[in-house]
Design a protein around this ligand. Structure first.
Ligand code: PSU
Ligand code: MN
Length: 306
């Protein structure tokens, strides 16, 4: 058995020529959005990265192989099969590999595989974090732990609004993870531009973010960076619109005993249903916006690297 990474042809060429690369995850496709919007979004994110001058690397586990770059057919299959494909975080990687399963990778496992592949920039929608009520449930996303381990900058619309964002920010501080607002002083809340909490640092340009990334790793500080990129204004949802939908979704999850890795996909789907798809449109808009910013950061990081 070998556990080598498997690169697509496009990625092999990109690596050979030293082109900038942006990692993309597959849980957002299989578990984060319904079909067919997830298929269209997966394709759009790749196209946006290409338009920004970088090469997209959608990451997944297929028949136990750690795959970097999927074919159009594979991308569409992950979208169509959706939640019947296992959500694979770092905990789940050994089982998926040994048992030759398919797996949709989360932010945590995508970061890990990207780091193995030498990819330094990754675009997601919104990272996982500390769930509300975590003092009772202990539900803290492995995404946070991974930021302490994998050397990858993750472009994210803050963290998901379903979370306790104050505790999420505290945990990132404890883990010594830089949280950089891209053109903002405020930590975004996924569907909206301002969580009510400040970011500890702010950069205006992709070039400045690339400099911070280089400084971190040249200092020998291992781990990732959170690049907090607010949803575009025109797609933002107001707190009065989104807060009741989140509260209702959390109440339903509690009533049904939904926990563990099923919780985040359940909440996102419930909120989309309650808002009549408004939250889905916002999620797509912020993910697209993150892909564009990630491409710019990957290009800037490449230019400054020897
Ligand atoms: N961003 C989105 N939609 C998603 C996710 C991110 O816009 O569905 C996924 C990511 O894969 C992230 C996961 O790692 O949600 C968080 O899951 P959990 O809370 O179980 O760690
Ligand atoms: Mn969890």
């Amino acid at each position: 058995m070998t556990f080598d990474l498997e690169f697509s042809e496009e990625l092999r060429a990109a690596r050979a020529s030293g082109a900038p690369i942006v990692a993309l995850e597959s849980t957002i496709i299989a578990h984060g959005m319904p079909y067919p919007q997830n298929a269209a979004t997966a394709r759009a994110l790749e196209d946006i990265v290409r338009a920004g001058g970088a090469v997209p690397a959608t990451i997944a586990v297929i028949a136990g192989k750690l795959r970097v770059g999927l074919t159009a057919e594979e991308l569409d299959r992950f979208a169509r099969d959706g939640r019947s494909i296992a959500k694979v975080s770092v905990r789940d990687l050994p089982f998926a590999v040994a048992m030759r399963r398919d797996g949709a990778t989360t932010v945590a496992s995508t970061m890990r595989i990207a780091a193995m592949a030498g990819i330094r920039v990754f675009a997601t929608g919104g990272i996982g974090g500390v769930h509300r009520g975590a003092e009772k449930t202990f539900d803290i996303s492995a995404d946070l732990t991974e930021f302490a381990r994998s050397d990858v900058a993750v472009v994210t619309a803050g963290a998901k609004a379903i979370l306790d964002l104050a505790l999420t920010l505290e945990t990132l501080e404890t883990l010594s993870v830089p949280v950089i607002g891209l053109g903002t002083d405020r930590f975004p809340a996924f569907y909206s531009r301002d969580s009510g909490y400040a970011v500890p640092m702010r950069c205006e340009t992709a070039a400045d973010i690339a400099s911070v990334m280089r400084a971190k790793w040249e200092l020998g500080l291992r781990g990732g960076l959170v690049i907090a990129n607010p949803i575009p204004e025109e797609s933002e949802m107001t707190a009065s619109e989104i807060a009741p939908a989140i509260a209702a979704a959390i109440a339903r999850a509690d009533a049904r005993g939904i926990a563990g890795k099923d919780l985040t996909p359940f909440l996102l789907a419930e909120i989309a249903a309650v808002t009549g798809g408004r939250s889905l449109a916002a999620n797509i808009a912020l993910a697209r916006n993150n892909a564009a910013a990630a491409a710019a950061i990957a290009v800037a990081y490449n230019e400054g690297s020897p």
